[in-house]
Design a protein around this ligand. Structure first.
Ligand code: KIV
Length: 279
């Protein structure tokens, strides 16, 4: 049995309390008027910091193809790589709900393949839940996974694995398609829905149309929660910055300046000093 949830806090259990965030917490967030916070993580060190800061959920996103591996998109990321990064993240987490992405071609072939891939993310990666992209076209895969009692988050609107068909990372404005996709994924058993890069009023309509919580990224303020790619908000990824990103820190510059300092001290002979040396 879980401890009672505080009603006055900014998150489910208060940052100092360590009751893990659960799927039912997500489902109850709207009725409790609690906005959900989600960020991506790819390794243990960053997961530990984000978890300690009180983020409700960590997404081991296949965006790691771009922000960790330096590729132009996420298409080459493999299921084994996702399992590896999920394992690293799980070691750093005590409270946040960890959701792992099913990468491109790990669920499109058949519902059976989708279930097997999701099962590996749970059993080998240790993820609490999985996420996959697509609405109506992915509903059978979602159903196969959720029928096995694996918690699943949907992802509609701009689906980055479709970037080549879409011709780029573009705002999705086909309201009927986005609504149909949302309803299909909810009916197939998802517990939450990422909506990426759609006009704010359309995201508001979707949020009104479904009972499960919506998590927006580039989808305006009316969703039940927000997710962003952590290296974007920390200034660690500068290849391109979508308009919906807000940069909260310039960690990249801080790292560069620290490393320049280190190199200077080694070159001039002031590091290591007596405090860093053994007698
Ligand atoms: O892979 C990822 O980081 C994502 C977010 C953009 C939601 O799917």
């Amino acid at each position: 049995m879980t401890a009672p949830v505080k009603s006055s806090g900014t998150n489910f259990s208060g940052v100092s309390e360590l009751r893990p965030v659960t799927v039912p917490d997500f489902l109850n967030a709207r009725s409790r008027q609690q906005r959900l916070t989600m960020l991506t993580a790819y390794d243990c060190t960053m997961a530990r910091i984000l978890d300690a800061a009180g983020v409700d959920s960590l997404l081991v996103g296949d965006s790691l193809g771009m922000v960790v591996q330096g590729q132009p998109d996420s298409l080459a990321v493999t299921l084994d790589e996702m399992i590896y990064h999920t394992r690293l993240v799980m070691r750093g987490v005590r409270r946040a709900l960890v959701v792992a992405d099913l990468p491109f071609m790990s669920y499109q072939i058949s519902p059976q393949q989708a279930l097997e891939s999701a099962g590996r993310l749970i059993k080998e990666g240790g993820a609490h839940a999985v996420k996959l992209e697509g609405g109506v076209r992915s509903a059978a895969a979602v159903e196969a996974i959720t029928q096995a009692d694996i918690a699943l988050m949907g992802h509609i609107g701009l689906t980055p694995q479709s970037v080549r068909r879409l011709g780029g990372f573009k705002v999705q404005r086909d309201a009927q398609k986005v609504l149909d996709d949302a309803l299909a994924i909810e009916a197939a058993g998802a517990f939450a829905l990422v909506i990426e890069c759609v006009p704010a009023d359309l995201a508001a309509r979707v949020t009104e149309a479904v009972k499960i919580p919506t998590i927006g990224i580039g989808a305006g303020p009316h969703c039940d929660g927000q997710v962003l790619v952590t290296p974007d908000i920390l200034g660690l990824f500068e290849d391109f910055r979508p308009r919906f990103v807000k940069q909260y820190a310039d960690v990249g510059r801080a790292i560069q300046s620290a490393v320049e300092h280190y190199c200077r001290e080694v070159r001039e002979g002031s590091f290591p000093g007596p405090e860093q040396s053994f007698r």
